[in-house]
Design a protein around this ligand. Sequence first.
Ligand code: AGP
Length: 657
Amino acid sequence: MCGIVAFTGTSSTVPVLLNGLRRLEYRGYDSAGLALQTRDGSLEILKRAGKVAELEQALEEAEDARPAENSGAQPADQSTSQPARCGRHTQGVTRNTIAEATTGIGHTRWATHGVPSEDNAHPQLDCSGSIAVVHNGIIENYAALRAELLERGHRFISQTDTEVVAHLIEEEYAAAHGDLVLAVRTTVARLSGSFALAVCHADEPGMLVVTRCDSPLVVGRTKNGAIAASDTPALIEYTREVYYLDDRDLAVLRENGSLQFFDPAGSAIFPTPVTIEWTLEDAERGGYPDFMLKEIHEQPRVIRDTIAGRYNADTRRISFDDVALSPRELKQIERVIIVACGTSYHAGLIGRDLMETWARVPVETAVASEFRYRNPLVTPATLVIAISQSGETADTLEAVKLARLAGAHVLAITNVVGSRITMEANTVLYIKAHLEIAVAATKSFLAQVALLTLFALYLSQERGQLESNVVSEIYAAMEQLPRQIDGILEDTGSIISCASECGDAQTALFIGRGVGATICYEGALKLKEISYVHAEAFSAGEIKHGPIALIDPEGLTDPRAQTPVVAMVCKSVTYDKMLSNIEEVLARGAKVIAVATAGDTRIAELTPHVISIPEVPECLSPLVASVPLQLFARHIALLHGANVDQPRNLAKSVTVE
Ligand code: AGP
């Protein structure tokens, strides 16, 4: 969950590295740092705790510092808590360094080992300060390696696993008689765990070595050099043609833009480049105050793009030609298991209900981090559907590996071309959500649900369980969704006023039945992850079995003490039961925020706080009801002064277990 970026070329490296770190900050933002190398080989580092903005401030200070302030071996800014280890030629980052450095590596961190601090910020150096390393992932055998290195006299400054890598490369570089590529390769052979690494050496100006295992990394050529980064947003304005490395492959980037690729044994390999479909505009806010609001407003387009081309009006059938399963194999599926984490797991819950209802096949969902350890029953007749927006979630990837080993056919649903999950699964279905930068998943969730809805229809038709008229009716209703979601986005007044009603709440309950309960699970996750309000969702029928005790009776006499309860009460077979549940919580002092079908007059008799959504078939209700809950959570987060794009303690892609 960190972001790394590396560039070497004939132009200044600082702007490229900073631009890349800003674009990768959604991956982690505890601290940030750079290693800058000029053509004479001098290697300087600058690191700051906090966001990339802190690092930019430190660079500005270094640029503004008078030359005399930079004569010593310290960076211009004396705030460094401990003298950063410096290289042989070091003089700290100066105005000249910033102007002349044409090679460099950068890092924005989500802390795993060691608190967020300057010492623990990357890059990490070896004893001599000649080798700088940035890393995303977890080195699982770092403690033993560190102990060995300490015994051999190495001195450590940080608490990080990454610093171990720098010292290992130092030893391997000496053993390799100055061959940096060989040194990185033999170092990597000693590591277990996950890593994406970028390495530079003071004696190798104009050259970078990168490698990965279980953490993402993309490599590309730019018009005046070569670049590598954790994710495509950092490269997108320099190149649209990228290369993906397999586990423990290496790439050598040179300032003339040349790229060399090697497999773990050191043999040259020639990967095929992949073209990035996203545009730079996708990576920008586009006039919105934050990425989350932009991405919420992109949902009509995302639904349109995700369902496009999946229905043949002549045959009235759904098609999934990209699913490598024949009609016979689809009929032979005895069981489906959906594995995912977080919001993707909630999408899986919706897919489960639809597949069981329509395709009449047993479907279970499993949180990926649990699935791996419960010795699950998986056979070749099991279809495992792994859902991951990033395609890099460590728990989901491990679940996929386990399922593959058990002989299951694994179908991945992801948003990222070339992500790890696309290399591990048998079949890949791409949602068309385009780049999602806000840590809180919104448009990717809707795209996952839309794709799962289509796949459930497909599975049902291929197993002879659904008539084509039903399929075409549901698809026709799906084609209306973009317009209906646009309608919600154009009239958010009731959503904002209901959110304002809950602005002071420190806790909130969500209740629903059937698919309404699943919508609540996702709504509660959205609220808690961006506003830090403790939100919890329950099946409405369960509240009287315990959770109703959470409602503060003070609310009966003091409106400020009312416990907010968000109730999903759209038209459905359980509508009347939901009204009863709403009465139950109102009778105990709750403030009910009802998400109801437009035109419902009964609900207004129970509560004045009503969010109306357009009437859709119940099976499609998550695709409209989730949107108000996203806006509801976002507004409350803003009222709390939270950063909706980069919530505390979170990262967009959880690439560690
Ligand atoms: C969603 O808002 C969260 N950011 C988080 O729960 C996320 O859904 C989860 O980490 C899974 O990520 P993935 O879809 O990339 O695997």
